[in-house]
Design a binder for this molecule. Sequence first.
Ligand SMILES: [Ca+2]
Ligand SMILES: [Ca+2]
Ligand SMILES: [Ca+2]
Length: 303
Amino acid sequence: MNPVFPMGMMFLALVARADARQVENLGRGVVAIHQGGGKVYVGWRLLGTDPNDVAFNVYRTTGGGQAVKLNDQPIFQSTNYVDTGVDLSKSNGYFVRPLEDGKEREASAPFTLPADAPAQPYIAIPLQTPDGYTPHAASVGDLDGDREYEIVLHQAGRGRDNASSGTTDPPILEAYDPGSGFLWRINLGRNIREGAHYTQFMVYDLDGDGRAEVACKTADGTVDGKGKVIGDADADYRNSRGYILDGPEFLTIFDGQTGGELVTTDYIPPRGRVADWGDDYGNRVDRFLACIAYLDGQRPSLV
Ligand SMILES: [Ca+2]
Ligand SMILES: [Ca+2]
Ligand SMILES: [Ca+2]
C-alpha cells in the first residue's frame, strides 16, 4: 500500500474541518503606544488564517504625509515593533501589511496616535460609570461588525456574596467602543442579585453574522439597551434577607450593537426547590458559571 495516500487524505480532512468551523472575522488590531523619549510601541494581531511563515512590514504616516516603511527586513515570528525618533508633536498613523511568499498583501486599518499623545502604557476609554458603581469584569467581542473588538463591562454597585444576606444594587452591563466610547447600558434590575457568582455574561458571535451577541441570566424588570423592560416591571422577588429565591428566571440574548433584547427564554436549569441545591437560604442555588464551547466542532454553543 502506498503510505502517502492515507496521509494526504488525513491532511485534506483536517483542512476541510478547519474551514467549516465558524470563527471570528477579525482585523489586524493595530495599536500604537507612546512610550516616552520619542519611542512608539506598535503591536498587532496574528490571525488564525495567516500562513505559518507570514511576515510583516510596518508603516508610519506623520502629519498626514507619505507612508514610510519602518523595518529594513520583513518581521518574522513577532507582532511587535518599536519605532524610534518619532516626532510626537504631529499625529502619527501606523499600519502593517502581511507578506506572503514575499508579496505584500492588504494593508491593515491604521491606528492613529494624535499629536502630543501622552506617554502612557494604555489606551484610555472614558467610562460613564453610574454613581455608586465601580467597573468590574469585562469581556470583548466585535459588537458592530467592524472586525475590531468592543468591550462589555459589568458595572457593580453594592454587592453581596451568595453566602451573605442583604439587598444589593442591580447589576449593570455597559458596552464601549475603544474609538467612540459609550454604546449602551443594560440594567438587569432588582430581581438579579449583584455579586461575583451571579452574572456570568457571555459575549460571542453565536449566530455567525459577524457581530457578537451578549447573553446572561435576566429576570422580571431587566431593562435592555433600548430601554425596553423584560417581563413584569413591577415585580419584586427580593425576600426580607435580600435574596431572590422566587419568580421566573430567564436567559436573554441581547444584540451586541444596541443592547436590545433579541430573544428571551426560560433559564436552564430551573431553580426547583432551593433546599435541593444543598442549603435552604440561597447560597448554592445562585452560583453560576458559563462559557462558549464548540460542542459540535463547528458552531459555538452557550454553556
Ligand atoms: Ca467592532
Ligand atoms: Ca467599533
Ligand atoms: Ca451575531
